[in-house]
Design a protein around this ligand. Structure first.
Ligand SMILES: Cc1ncc(COP(=O)(O)O)c(C=O)c1O
Length: 372
């Protein structure tokens, strides 16, 4: 705050935090122009021989310019921070991230000419680190449990701004619309045989995407009656147990194998009250699913897409058992070329002790689609 002034003998005024309005205007223009240059992501329809009348829809978020669903979040976080007065022309941006958010935030930092530092857990996929550097981002590695603290301390040291996706993801996104992921997904379903899906399935990292989807389903009367949201959680994550028990103080030390999802603590952006159901998906099942999905799509997807699709298939099988027809939607979160040295590397799979074959057989029997 600036110093107090006396306006007249009865009124005392104090000025607030000053911002460089010219620069903020310029920065907003850059982001709005970037949005204007962008097309919407595709919604892919998948029909499976053994699950007739139950189409699966995949919203392909891997096609954003920075390669994942986190492009939307990064854009929202920059707009939120600009409007909150947290970013100026000389502000260094710092984020704690398992990679995808950092790639997307680096993209927007470059667009705005800002310094960007990502604090990533040791062992983050090399391909993601390369992409952060591609957008001129700097990288600090920290022990898995220390990334939040290190990012916050670094932002203070640089007199910068800690974006803190895990706290702000759910509120930085305009959940009622503005072409958010939910509005885009449901409008793309409008001309389908089952335009109002029975289930939307999503995994949680920050929990921000499931929060936006869940709120939007309740906000739109045409969805409220029928559509339910299911959040899928990998091994080594507290979300499922917290949802089951109501305990939001859970902590674990181990790290999720599925990059981008599964957390050691219940993040502030994870909103259990908007979720209808959760499923715990074994990591072998998630990774088997992306190998199986290659036969369906002709391309590779990231691990969290496997978790999403495995969960969606369980719900579709359940609908089939109950003789129901209807649609199920989920997300392709990012592409598989980021994970060639992990999920697509046999040595890595063996070293992790994962059994893909059991789940591949199950997926083939359940869907009628075989891998070549
Ligand atoms: C690849 C990938 N999938 C899924 C998610 C989960 O999205 P959200 O953070 O909105 O819960 C993330 C989040 O970082 C991610 O990077």
């Amino acid at each position: 705050m600036d110093e107090r002034q006396n306006v007249d003998s009865h009124v005392t005024a104090v000025s607030g935090h000053s911002i460089d309005r010219g620069w903020v205007r310029w920065a907003m223009d850059q982001i709005l122009a970037d949005i204007n240059r962008s097309a919407d992501t595709h919604l892919i329809k998948v029909e499976l021989p053994k699950l007739p009348g139950i189409p699966l829809y995949l919203k392909d978020e891997s096609t954003h310019p920075s390669g994942s669903l986190k492009h939307r979040l990064a854009r929202s976080l920059y707009l939120y921070s600009l409007c909150n007065g947290n970013i100026g022309p000389d502000t260094a941006i710092v984020e704690s991230s398992s990679g995808s958010t950092a790639v997307s935030e680096a993209y927007f930092a470059k667009l705005l000419g800002l310094r960007f530092v990502a604090v990533v857990p040791v062992g983050t996929a090399q391909e993601k680190l390369k992409q952060i550097r591609f957008f001129d981002g700097e990288i600090e590695e920290a022990a898995f449990a220390d990334v939040y603290g290190r990012a916050e301390a670094l932002a203070a040291q640089l007199n910068g701004h800690y974006m803190d996706q895990f706290t702000y993801a759910e509120r930085a996104t305009d959940w009622r619309g503005n072409n958010n992921i939910a509005e885009s997904l449901f409008s793309q379903l409008a001309h389908e045989s089952h335009p109002v899906p029975d289930w939307v399935v999503m995994s949680a990292g920050t929990g921000g995407t499931s929060a936006t989807l869940g709120r939007y389903i309740r906000y739109r009367p045409e969805l409220l009656e029928r559509t339910r949201i299911c959040v899928v959680d990998p091994e080594n994550s507290v979300f499922f147990e917290s949802f089951e028990t109501g305990n939001s103080d859970l902590r674990i030390q181990s790290r999720s194998r599925i990059e981008g999802i599964g957390r050691p603590r219940v993040e502030a952006s994870f909103l259990p009250t908007v979720i209808d159901r959760m499923l715990k998906v074994p990591d072998s099942a998630s990774i088997a699913t992306i190998h199986w999905l290659e036969a369906v799509l002709g391309r590779k997807c990231g691990g969290s897409t496997g978790t999403n699709v495995y969960g969606a298939l369980q719900l579709m099988a359940e609908m089939r058992e109950n003789a129901c027809e209807g649609s199920v939607a989920t997300l392709i979160c990012d592409a598989g070329d980021r994970y060639l040295t992990s999920y697509y590397d046999k040595n890595w799979i063996d070293a992790e002790g994962l059994d893909l074959q059991t789940y591949l057989t199950r997926l083939e029997n359940m869907t009628g689609i075989r891998r070549q």
